[in-house]
Write a protein that binds this ligand. Structure first.
Ligand SMILES: [Fe+2]
Length: 188
């Protein structure tokens, strides 16, 4: 997992939006989380190297270490339906329950397969998404944008947002900061 953390750190330090969002945590301690597989992990292993020169090293590190990652799903199948439930997932790289513990910042690696509609949801923590590869439409009540690799999108505290993938899947690096950092998203 240290390879993924190093690639994530390199990417963070190359990206002004992420650097402006929060300081890189200096309290990271390896928590030796055991691997946990979900169906989407297999899809991540076959994710195309569809990022940029900045993001591809992290995509490669993730693909090479999929089997060491502790994959999770926030929602139940009843909440999001069979298809999304089986073609999405995330891993907490660092944070309160991450592979590397931190109480300063939370960093997730999130995957959604192609042709999925991730409906309106929100959370208390402020959030920034960095698209690593593939793409998706990111929606808030204010705007709707196509997020390309190495582009970011911020969501403020309790702001409703949703996401749609079309032809391509998407792999993302997501940071959470501030009040509610220890919580989880909820469907609206
Ligand atoms: Fe979010």
């Amino acid at each position: 997992m240290i390879n993924i953390l190093e690639a994530a750190s390199n990417l963070y330090h190359s990206n002004l939006d992420l650097k402006n969002f929060a300081k890189w945590p200096d309290d990271l301690v390896n928590s030796n989380l055991p691997p946990k597989m979900i169906p989407a992990a297999k899809l991540v292993e076959n994710f195309p190297l569809s990022g940029t020169t900045e993001t591809n090293p992290l995509i490669e590190a993730i693909k090479a270490n999929v089997n060491l990652m502790h994959w999770k799903r926030t929602y139940t199948e009843e909440e999001v339906g069979h298809d999304l439930y089986n073609r999405y997932g995330y891993c907490e790289l660092f944070g309160p329950e991450g592979h590397f513990s931190s109480t300063q910042l939370r960093g997730f690696l999130g995957y959604w397969g192609n042709g999925l509609d991730y409906d309106w949801h929100s959370h208390e923590a402020e959030e920034i998404y960095l698209n690593l590869g593939g793409n998706a439409i990111f929606r808030t009540k204010e705007e709707e944008i196509l997020l390309n690799p190495n582009e970011t999108k911020m969501h403020y505290r309790l702001q409703s947002h949703s996401m749609i993938t079309h032809k391509e899947a998407i792999l993302t690096f997501v940071l959470w900061r501030g009040k509610g950092m220890f919580g989880l998203p909820k469907m609206d």
